[in-house]
Design a protein around this ligand. Structure first.
Ligand code: FAD
Length: 415
């Protein structure tokens, strides 16, 4: 008598490569069904929750998220096992995987539309230059030399106040290629180890200078780094990497990986408008884009630039001086301070509401590209005010929002 055939359920399991992951939390934030979680060691995917919708794939700045293993469903890697990994397990031999995948029923073949599930665009602007990503990795990092480290915020602001001590740090790559675009970021590997003896993981920093260098024609770039002296709950905590960076001296060397980021990029067509909304060090990519436009202005770039920039006080606003010196016909700058003594709290959303008619003009224009960067909490408030402005001016927000995402015209990066 023949034995009954027991069907083997096969899964194309979604995994995150711990060797490349820079623990930026983007995937966990993007996942619409909470299939991604983390501990102090790794970011991992719950095999029983992930439906393969792919919403997390393109926002991942390093590509660590795009890893798959064909496994028997009953033998899927659990999250407790994934938390212990220093590297991904080897793939199954090809023949075995191929045989398995013939039987695979993979949820990604469903009809989930990732654009509909996330808040920002999963694609870059159509005219963005093609970025290089992951040229240098944990296994083959690059050494850069510090050629400048200046405190940007007013010395009168105490170092211990959150957001008060922000530095402009210039790194030089000598003769080693490190091509970057505005909106991209790099990873810094701080020296030393964690309490359990593992090397510190990389921290990510947005590039604050244009593609042709902080100093045009030089192989260098700038970062805007806030010294972290408190955790998110306000308890005293000296951030490992930010303190290391802020204390660097000219001539010191740092270990760099990257570049990262393939979607939060600026349009290259000269009549595109940039609507930039940021808080604190979220100004870094806006500075890069603004400066690139300023350099191109002579060559006929005509698009408008509108900036909403929030900080606690004027003293804590990085680049306050240079920003306020930019010509009014080049950039329409709107500042909002939430802790100016004797004045009512004012946030970027309030400044946007005050300029609602002009923001609406930009929203109506197909050449407008929107960038939001800064504190994690700002995303919801900014999307809410964009919705209000759109609806007050007869622009249906749900459809406009979907179009902005699909056309790579709404980019969000908060941390
Ligand atoms: P850790 O040692 O990692 O953390 C110390 C404590 O501080 C922890 O309790 C932690 O929860 C808390 N903490 C971590 N980050 C912050 C924070 N930002 N504010 C308050 N508390 C915090 N930072 C910049 O300064 N400039 C940038 O341009 C920049 N760009 C980024 C771009 C992206 C896409 C991402 C994901 C992050 C970016 N960051 C930027 C944040 C940066 O990567 C680090 O998280 C930050 O410098 C803190 O690292 P740390 O090693 O000093 O602190």
């Amino acid at each position: 008598m023949n034995m009954p055939v027991v069907p083997m359920e096969v899964l194309k399991q979604h995994l995150i490569d711990p060797e490349i992951c820079i623990r930026c939390n983007t995937c966990e934030e993007t996942c619409p069904i909470d299939a991604i979680t983390h501990d102090e060691n790794n970011y991992v995917v719950k095999a029983d929750v992930c439906n393969g919708c792919m919403a997390c794939i393109s926002p991942c700045p390093t590509g660590a998220i795009d890893n798959w293993r064909t496994v028997l469903k009953a033998e899927a890697y659990g999250i407790d096992e994934q938390f212990t990994w220093d590297e991904l397990p080897a793939s199954k031999p090809l023949e075995e995987a191929a045989a398995l995948s013939e039987q695979a029923a993979f949820a990604a073949e469903g009809d989930a539309d990732p654009h509909a599930l996330v808040s920002g665009a999963l694609v870059p602007p159509w005219s963005a230059a093609k970025p290089y990503v992951n040229l240098y990795t944990h296994k083959s990092p690059l050494t850069a030399t510090v050629v400048g480290n200046y405190r940007l915020t007013d010395e009168s602001a105490p170092r211990s106040t959150p957001a008060a001590d922000i530095h402009h740090i210039v790194l030089d790559f000598g003769a080693t290629p490190f091509p970057v675009l505005e909106g991209q970021s790099i990873g810094i590997l701080p020296p030393g180890t964690t309490a359990d003896g593992k090397p510190h993981h990389a921290r990510q920093y947005s590039i604050a200078s244009p593609r042709n260098g902080e100093r045009p024609g030089y192989n260098n770039l700038a970062l805007t780094v806030k010294r972290v002296t408190q955790d998110h709950a306000g308890n005293a905590a000296d951030g490992v990497c930010s303190n290391y960076l802020c204390d660097l001296k000219k001539g010191d060397t740092v270990t760099v990986i990257g570049p990262f980021g393939a979607t939060f990029l600026m349009p290259n067509h000269p009549n595109s408008h940039l609507l930039m909304i940021c808080t604190g060090t979220g100004s870094a990519p806006m500075r890069a884009m603004t400066e690139y436009r300023r350099r191109r202005r002579m060559k006929g770039a005509t698009g408008k630039l509108m900036l909403f920039f929030g900080a606690r006080t004027k003293e804590e606003l990085p680049y306050f001086g240079p920003l306020t010196n930019l010509p009014k016909d080049f950039i329409d700058t709107n500042l909002a301070f939430s802790r100016t003594p004797g004045q009512a709290k004012r946030y970027v959303q309030d400044a946007m509401r005050e300029r609602s008619a002009d923001v609406a003009q930009l929203l109506k224009d197909d050449q407008t590209y929107i960038y939001v960067c800064g504190l994690r909490g700002m995303e919801e408030g900014v999307l809410q005010v964009l919705r209000e402005i759109a609806e007050d001016h007869g622009l249906g927000w749900p459809a406009l929002w979907e179009r902005l995402k699909r056309e790579g015209r709404l980019h969000l990066e908060t941390y």
